[in-house]
Design a protein around this ligand. Structure first.
Ligand code: OSB
Ligand code: MG
Length: 369
């Protein structure tokens, strides 16, 4: 494969509803769309999941634009590759960190590779599932009653797992009240690193509510304290922010820092690395699910494709387009029926970018040759 051109677009799309986590509130999504174009004129697409602010992780839209423009795109334009695996296994491997930047270019090449094979992205990744189960991530609201109303709406829509964002002051009472109304729903909490081991009493209190898991309760870069905490909880800990690589996963599992891993393709540096973590966890019976970063449909399409690998056994955060956007930038939009997405079988990521809508939400674009 020889890439002759890369287009970066800075996109801005308003979220239908603000989304609040322990690290802040998002009102819109500001992100980079990556298009790679082959010598035959075929395009591959991907979404860069860095946020404008360094609050989820240290990467931002600007650091990603810089890494893409000054390091990663020149490497891609100057090297012919046989397979997308070569990017992160070889060409990008001397560049430290910057996982979201590497992932976005690599994922666009994967989409192009699948289109060139006339195969779906799911199938070239080795995916087997024809449908995937979907959960929903529910942000921090103004009141517990409002949260209960949202859970009820999502429950009626069929979502298969309910993840509530928590932070100090919005935790045990919330979970207690939700459990009283819904004793049996698949429920979990995501703290986005809002606690420390000093909060052990609150964290052990959560152990009484039959949660599927508690996601990233402690520091974003920790696997030591999480191991101490996991030893004191029967509820599985799921790591999100702490896992950037197969090595991180290996060490966290060796220490007992978690029992479940949330894979975000961007956070682990791309589809090749996500697949390696998948295979490692599958051998050890460690369940996975695919996380979300409030992506538009282009990011979702890649999330859906990776979720078709067999060890993504738990419902992921791949809710339908209509929960986030007045209109999505792909055709068709991602739809969820009874908590299930039917995986597209058309070539590449399976949904077509809508150029009209993409142009509408593009703030700035640049072409590299
Ligand atoms: O619906 C989604 O895309 C998942 C939303 C979500 O939970 C999230 C959104 C932005 C940043 C971090 C996270 C997270 O999983 O921690
Ligand atoms: Mg999370």
């Amino acid at each position: 494969m020889k890439i002759k051109q890369v287009v970066l677009r800075h996109m801005k799309m308003d979220l239908l509803h603000p989304f609040t986590t322990s690290f802040g509130t998002e009102y819109d999504r500001d992100f980079i769309l990556v298009e790679v174009i082959s010598e035959d004129g075929i395009s591959g697409w991907a979404e860069n999941v860095a946020m404008p602010t360094p609050y989820y992780n240290e990467e931002t839209v600007k650091t990603n634009w810089h890494m893409l423009e000054d390091y990663l795109i020149p490497i891609l334009l100057n090297n012919e590759i046989q397979h997308p695996d070569e990017l992160t296994e070889n060409h990008f491997s001397h560049i430290r960190g910057n996982y979201m930047a590497k992932a976005s270019l690599e994922m666009a090449v994967w989409d192009l590779y699948a289109r060139e094979q006339n195969a779906s992205l799911s199938s070239v990744l080795g995916g087997t599932k024809k449908t995937i189960d979907v959960g929903v991530s529910i942000g921090i609201k103004d009141s517990i009653d409002e949260t209960l109303e949202t859970i009820e709406e999502r429950r009626l829509e069929g979502y298969k797992r309910f993840k509530l964002k928590i932070r100090p002051g919005w935790d045990v009472e919330l979970i207690d009240k939700v459990r009283k109304v819904y004793p049996d729903i698949p429920l979990m909490a995501d703290a986005n690193s809002a606690y420390t081991l000093e909060d052990i009493d609150m964290l052990t209190a959560l152990d009484d509510y039959n949660l599927m898991m508690i996601e990233q309760p402690l520091a974003y870069n920790d696997i030591i304290d999480h191991a101490d905490l996991q030893a004191r909880l029967k509820t599985p800990i799921c790591l999100d922010e702490s896992i950037h690589s197969l090595e991180d996963a290996r060490k966290a599992l060796k220490l007992g820092s978690c029992k479940i891993i949330n894979i975000k393709i961007g956070r682990v540096g791309g589809l090749t690395q996500a697949k390696k973590i998948h295979d490692f966890c599958q051998e050890r019976n460690v369940p996975l699910w695919c996380g979300g970063m409030l992506e538009s449909g282009i990011g979702r399409a890649h999330n859906i494709a990776i979720t078709t690998l067999p060890n993504f056994t738990l419902p992921g955060d791949t809710a339908g387009s209509a929960l986030y956007w007045a209109e999505d930038i792909i055709e068709p939009e991602v739809t969820v029926e009874n908590g299930i997405i039917t995986v597209p079988t058309s070539p590449g990521m399976g949904y077509e970018p809508s150029m009209v809508k993409i142009d509408k939400y593009t703030v700035y674009s640049q072409t590299y040759r």
